[in-house]
Write a protein that binds this ligand. Structure first.
Ligand SMILES: [Zn+2]
Length: 199
């Protein structure tokens, strides 16, 4: 039998729906919210409502934005013929922080994961195909994560896009900066040697 008051138990159950949050963490967060000054708790609730009401998908790249076209797609100084395909909006932010890519993006909002019932119909592929054709994309960088599902998705997309004539590339996999070879797994070492470059 749960001894929490109903409203507190309701908050715990809502927080448990967040990714990576189990009952223990949800309870800790809920008690933290209970102890917050009223104004701070109201600000938190208002921020959740505001983000839900203001954010939509960019009509081009499908990233989250408050505008019809996101700031990256609106930036005319970027290379409009290079397109980087990523799984989620957070991946766009990570690549932007690196400063290594100056083209535009396409956010899949998922990957092929048959075990979770996610197939090609869930990935906005027709929109992606239209962009590659209409925008005369010369290079598509398939920057899905180097996981089993990410690699499968990249392979599927390369077959899907290849007939359209764009050069298809994939970021190299290898040793993280500052890594110690002694502690690397053999798959990472093999990938880094496969993708070795001149010095
Ligand atoms: Zn955009």
């Amino acid at each position: 039998m749960n001894s929490y008051p109903g409203s507190l138990q309701g908050l715990v159950e809502h927080l448990m729906k967040l990714p990576g949050v189990g009952r223990k963490t949800a309870s800790r967060l809920a008690f933290h919210i209970v102890r917050m000054p009223g104004e701070q708790a109201e600000d938190l609730a208002a921020a959740i409502i505001e983000v839900k009401s203001r954010l939509a998908l960019c009509s081009f790249c499908q990233n989250l934005t408050e505008y019809e076209l996101c700031p990256i797609c609106s930036d005319t100084s970027r290379d409009s013929h290079k397109l980087c395909v990523v799984e989620y909006p957070a991946d766009v932010a990570a690549i932007e922080n690196s400063g290594a890519f100056k083209g535009r993006y396409f956010v899949l909002h998922g990957i092929l994961a048959p075990m979770q019932g996610l197939g090609p119909d869930d990935l906005r592929l027709e929109k992606l195909r239209q962009i590659v054709v209409n925008e005369k994309i010369s290079e598509v960088v398939l920057a899905t994560n180097p996981t089993v599902e990410g690699n499968t998705t990249a392979l599927f997309l390369s077959r899907f896009l290849r007939p359209l004539g764009a050069h298809i590339s994939r970021p190299a996999c290898g040793l993280p900066v500052g890594a110690d070879l002694e502690y690397m797994d053999s798959v990472t070492i093999r990938k880094s040697l496969d993708g070795r470059g001149p010095l």
